[in-house]
Design a protein around this ligand. Structure first.
Ligand code: UD1
Length: 338
């Protein structure tokens, strides 16, 4: 049985990935400082899988605290989710973002080298591409200057991996996520935004639940068919499965380079209005929304060319947009009950 250290494993994508790892036969150790998540998630994971992951509350940006995990446990691979992730906040607190996100990645890689741990999967983002010149975007397209310090930390960790893996001691895969939404089918885990959500899906579900008065659609004068921005929304469970497949690839030595990166999306772009329509249709709830100003820093449209992930990882997203919006709503309703 292989043991995976999942940093940020009580977070949104992390928790869904822990479930998929456990159900695929991996043992999991979660390391998380709970800065943007709750320890209750551990109970929920156990309810879903019947297995309780080891949980360590730790600040992974602190090198001594990080090292202590590697001295105590035997670890075969790492999936690194632990990072600050709010785009707007990163513009206000750039130093904190650079220090936290880069230091955590470096501490993991340094301890991997020290302990001879070979395999690393990094949580990356389509934000590394900036505004695409054309869609769908593939991995050969050059990355552009980041629009935020958050996005820049994702680029910088990828750049670090490019050089750090060159000696061959460490092999890494970065997964460039498009827009993860939705929640587990049990509605036991999902996205838990801190305060007012920045992202579209939790804003929609909170508006429908009456927690927010109104959703503002940021801009309806974009050069797209309905005037609203287009993104490649992917169900978080499909995304979680991509991590298991990436880890398997590394363990089985099927990787073609020491550092590889893959787009993880559905390959289909949906507009903000498409998401609203799907939500209203699947839930039967009418959403109160208005059109507002464009949001600074938003790209007009981006969706993934997923052929590399399909051909190399043998991974493809399965879930429909309606499954995404309905599962997000079930999770919101479940949260209201508890
Ligand atoms: C952003 C980040 C991405 C990050 C992701 C998850 C950028 C360019 N993008 O994606 O890197 O991985 O968040 O944290 O840095 N919208 C509204 N009203 C709202 C909220 C959103 O109309 O109240 C619209 C946005 O304008 C956008 C779409 O919904 O067109 C999706 O927005 P959001 O969920 O915030 O994701 P991104 O900005 O695409």
């Amino acid at each position: 049985m292989k043991t995976i250290l999942v940093t940020g494993g009580t977070g949104y994508i992390g928790s869904h990935t822990v479930v998929e790892l456990q159900t695929s036969g991996y043992d999991v150790i979660i390391a998380d400082n709970l800065s943007n998540s709750s320890a209750d998630v551990i109970d929920k994971i156990e309810q879903i899988t019947g297995k309780r992951p080891i949980f360590i509350k730790v600040d992974l940006s602190d090198s001594e605290q990080a090292a202590s995990i590697f001295d105590k446990y035997s670890i075969d691979g790492i999936i690194n989710f632990a990072a600050f992730k709010a785009v707007g906040e990163s513009c206000q607190k750039p130093i904190e973002y650079y220090r936290n996100n880069l230091q955590i990645a470096l501490n993991m890689l340094e301890n991997m080298k020290r302990k001879g741990i070979k395999y690393f999967v990094q949580s990356s983002s389509c934000t590394v591409y900036g505004e695409p010149d054309s869609n769908p975007i593939n991995e050969q397209c050059p990355t552009k200057f980041a629009v935020s310090p958050y996005g820049n930390t994702k680029q910088m960790v990828e750049d670090m991996l490019h050089f750090i893996t060159q000696s061959g001691e460490i092999k890494a895969i970065a997964l460039r996520y498009f827009n993860p939404i939705g929640a587990h089918s049990t509605a036991l885990i999902g996205e838990l935004p801190n305060g007012v959500p920045n992202n579209l899906m939790p804003y929609i579900t909170q508006t429908a639940a009456g927690i927010r008065k109104q959703l503002t659609v940021f801009g309806n004068d974009y050069p797209t068919p309905d005037g609203t921005c287009i993104r490649d929304y992917i169900h978080v469970v499909d995304l979680a499965k991509a991590h298991v497949v990436a880890m398997d690839r590394l363990f089985e030595g099927r990787n073609k380079k020491n550092f590889e990166y893959f787009n993880i999306g559905t390959g289909v772009g949906f507009s903000v209005l498409d998401i609203i329509k799907s939500f209203e249709k699947t839930t039967g709830v009418k959403l109160n929304y208005v059109f507002g100003q464009r949001r600074e820093g938003d790209v007009v449209q981006i969706w993934a060319d997923t052929s590399l992930a399909e051909n190399e990882l043998g991974w493809k997203a399965n879930m429909s947009l309606d499954q995404m919006t309905l599962s997000a709503w079930r999770w919101q309703q479940q949260m209201q009950k508890s």
